[in-house]
Design a protein around this ligand. Structure first.
Ligand SMILES: C[S@@+](CC[C@H](N)C(=O)[O-])C[C@H]1O[C@@H](n2cnc3c(N)ncnc32)[C@H](O)[C@@H]1O
Length: 273
């Protein structure tokens, strides 16, 4: 089964008439794991906030560079929270393309993401997905698959990429604090999230309309400013260059620095002392 194949037999729990932010994200990235209601919702978002697909691509590109950085630092196991519907450049594939076999546990509570990832990963001994709410730490950390694949006495790469935007304060800070208590020193935590702090008036008004659309669809999103996101890293050592817009973090493609969506996302990687 390829990650590009459509989802086979869906679980009864999936209501294809109800749009989902996870499946709209898949649509923005050019994926095929979305339904008519998701595409309709995504097209509405595109009409009011045309910069959104660009920020999803910048986010995905940040994820790749953050995973590669973790690999370069010797990290060989990842917990990827809110991993999303499998699309090109998933964490285990970034490792594979670097010639490394990493152990990866994906976590997502969205049934299509879970169902499809299960098919993509069937037979893998080193990578799996669990369906859980990442805010339920025992459900994630005490899951038999997490225990089987991840050794928390050794450094772990904790990926919290493109997901904290869904949580109201003070949940993001609390979640990072709670997870880090279970991580060994030397673990790395990668975070990216939405911001409109330095957005132009035009981008800011796109963001306001976007927030309205997501709220109406029952999935509100919360942009944050630099100071607030920085506070989530209290007590951690930020890896250079710190908390910056997504393309500025270990830039590989200088064209991304000119992307119109650049002011909409911040990212950072931090090390557990
Ligand atoms: C925007 S996608 C990001 C996917 C991927 N991390 C990336 O950056 O490309 C956010 C994902 O987080 C998942 N998600 C949202 N809330 C969650 C929760 N409480 N627990 C687990 N996953 C969640 C959604 O289902 C979605 O698949």
């Amino acid at each position: 089964m390829s990650i590009l194949d459509p989802v086979p037999e869906l679980p009864a729990s999936v209501d294809a008439r109800q749009p989902s932010a996870a499946r709209a994200y898949d649509y923005f990235l050019g994926g095929s794991h979305n339904f008519a209601a998701d595409r309709e919702f995504a097209d509405q978002v595109l009409a009011i906030a045309p910069s959104i697909p660009a920020v999803t691509r910048l986010n995905r590109s940040f994820l790749r560079r953050a995973v590669r950085y973790c690999l370069d630092q010797g990290i060989r196991q990842f917990l990827d929270l809110g991993s999303g519907i499998p699309t090109v450049g998933n964490t285990h594939q970034v490792a594979e393309s670097a010639g490394v076999t990493a152990r990866v546990v994906y976590v997502d509570n969205e049934p299509v993401a879970y169902h499809h990832a299960q098919h993509v990963l069937a037979g893998s001994e080193t990578t799996t997905i669990i369906q859980a709410d990442m805010r339920d730490l025992p459900a994630v950390l005490d899951h038999p698959d997490t225990r089987r694949l991840l050794d928390f006495s050794q450094p772990v790469g904790l990926l919290v990429v493109g997901v904290l935007l869904y949580f109201e304060d003070p949940q993001p800070a609390e979640l990072i604090r709670a997870y880090r208590q279970r991580l060994a020193p030397g673990s790395l935590i990668a975070v990216s999230t939405l911001t409109d702090e330095h957005a132009s008036p035009a981008l800011r008004s796109e963001m306001e309309m976007l927030r309205g659309a997501y709220e109406a669809a029952g999935e509100p999103v919360y942009p944050r400013d630099h100071a607030e996101i920085l506070s989530w890293f209290d007590g951690l050592d930020l890896v250079d260059p710190g908390l910056v817009t997504l393309p500025e973090w270990h830039t590989e493609d200088p064209n991304e620095l000119d992307d119109v969506a650049r002011p909409l996302g911040y990212g950072a990687v931090a090390r557990l002392p």
